[in-house]
Design a protein around this ligand. Sequence first.
Ligand code: ADP
Ligand code: MG
Length: 291
Amino acid sequence: MPTTTAAAPVPVNVPELSIFDPVYLGIDESGMPVEVRLIYRNMLIAGEPGGGKSSLLNVIAAHGALSTDCRLCLFDGKQVELGQWEACADVFVGPDLALAIATVRRLQIVMDNRYRHLRWRLRRKIRRNDNFSPILILIDELAYFTATVGDKKLREDFASLVRDLVARGRAVGIIVVAATQRPSSDIIPTSLRDLFAYRAAFRCTTDSSSDIILGHGWANRGYTANTISPTNHGCNLLLAEGGVPHLMKTGWMDDDTCTRIAAHAAQTRAAARQERQAAQAPKPKLDLVAA
Ligand SMILES: Nc1ncnc2c1ncn2[C@@H]1O[C@H](COP(=O)(O)OP(=O)(O)O)[C@@H](O)[C@H]1O
Ligand SMILES: [Mg+2]
């Protein structure tokens, strides 16, 4: 008889995390965890280079990758910021504006089909365990696709498609988290900024840049990312719907940590996919003659 009891294997179809759960982002000034629910929401992340925007995107990517009830769609003109999560993603878009536009067009079609389905089912929004999964779209350096690369008309097309996803995608589980290092009104017009329920302002060089991210008037009320020290990487003012900006520091994952989480998540996702496919495969017919 064995003298030790082996630990029961964890069933692969149990998601370790869910995109419907609060997403851990970091800690606040008193060391308390800062968590936000991303489902039915969008998030804008902006500030000077080196502030910690891509690192925050990685924290969110980790939660999305570990959530087998969520699909990932990654846009990263630099390729190395979100590249670690490629194996967990349905689509990874590097410095390719044509692919970026084709991808957001597909997402728009998915969004419209999902609304058609909800309408047919007389429902208003996606639910946990629904028959379609939320899609987490992470865009690093939004301005690369909307203001830097390629033809102006194509950049405008991309910007207006993203705006449509941000404006209409929430109820069908399309979540956009976009980061940009250029907090200027041409990159983040007020009409677009106001569509983001969550806004994270990393270090800015002026009060007006901070206001472009958080909303007009916050700097006058004492909430400005201009006061964040350039050496305080990861520190930002996080504004959630209806609240006041909250000073916080995002969690930090080094390359090795990201690689290990991504490898584990990719394995879990592949196993979950296989289980789903097996559940959908046609059942063998009963052979009544042989019986
Ligand atoms: N939460 C954090 N804690 C500690 N250091 C951080 C944190 N976030 C970022 N850093 C440091 O700051 C550097 C720049 O971060 P990054 O996310 O690339 O900034 P950005 O995308 O705003 O340019 C990282 O390479 C890392 O060394
Ligand atoms: Mg970055």
